[in-house]
Design a binder for this molecule. Sequence first.
Ligand SMILES: Cc1ncc(COP(=O)(O)O)c(C=O)c1O
Length: 397
Amino acid sequence: MNNHFSTQAVHGGEEKRKPYGALTTPIVQTSTYTFQDTAEIVDFLERKAARKAGEDLEVRDEYGRYSNPTQSAAERKLAVLEGGERALLFSTGMAAITTAVLTLLSAGDHLLMIDNSYRRTREFAKKFLVRWGIDCTLVPIDDPAAWVAALRPNTRLFFSETPTNPYLRVMDLSSMAGVAREHGILTMVDSTFGTPVNLRPLEYGIDLVMHSASKYLGGHNDLLAGTVIGPRRLLDEIENARGVLGGVGGPHDAYLLLRGLKTLDLRVRRQNENALRMARFLEGHPAVRTVYYPGLPGHPDHEIARRQMSGYGGVVSFEIDGDMEDTGRFIDRLQIPYIGPTLGGVESIAQQQARFVSLDPEERRATGIVDNLVRYALGIEDCDDLIADLAGALEGV
Ligand SMILES: Cc1ncc(COP(=O)(O)O)c(C=O)c1O
């Protein structure tokens, strides 16, 4: 059935008839799954082999590092919401990225990555992958000529994020997929800030989408998870690597994620609205130097975002007219948002990015995070209250 997004968010991927007649998918809290006898093991192995050979059949669970029924339901729902053949769940977003990239690349391969991506993703590429003989070139998000110039005969993967954390630059996914197709390389997009409500990268020809599900997908600041979504031929390989590398999440987190996903559409629409209103309020405010939000016509990627996204997302970044200390005092005057290093949940969270990078100014400069940058991740509170609170805190700048 071709239901709309919010119907799929509630019902997609879950059996109508669940064990015990339960309405919600049960948390199957077990580390392993037992076999009645040897014949059942043989049957299991035969079905697994048939599935590997391409037959579309169900295979029972074996051990918690490979699968869990609560996790499988969450994976089916994620695949439906992103429009992919398969989804895999991981313990964190970083486990999703590292496992997928390690599956796709081998020693001697070259990776293209946008220079604006999440700093831990860049750290994985520049500090870890290089040690295993995989080179990475960082390229600007908005310069297809620079992407092509950076390509090498051994380039295998082009990784981007959109919108980026924290400057909210937007990748033109059609251009990215076009360049990759022309040169026979795979593409992977971190769509954590986009969410499948606002953006569906697979529809633009991107091969793999990933999310930190700890953010909008979970949506309640109470779980850590990551997901990779895409075609079965790639996901089957990544699943095997997950079984080896072990970055699998637990059934309880999978349940929380299933529950969070049911309200994804409602939450993200509200967060889009709150963020757009806040960005408009901040634009032109005398205590604010620059506002970064792709929904503002002055944003360098506004036209791409308008074409590609159905909402501009729930994060607004901005520079206070002040230094490191002024910005810290501004954050401390805010009454409603929490201070912390995450985003995407129902509670608003504001942070001075530099405080979470390093005490060393040189190190901060190297990451590209300026001292007066604030990342405000909107929750689902009433926007009038959030703006009144913000206006009060800005008065002291
Ligand atoms: C854009 C983006 N990708 C990936 C991650 C990593 O996700 P996790 O914290 O779930 O490992 C984050 C976390 O902040 C993020 O913001």
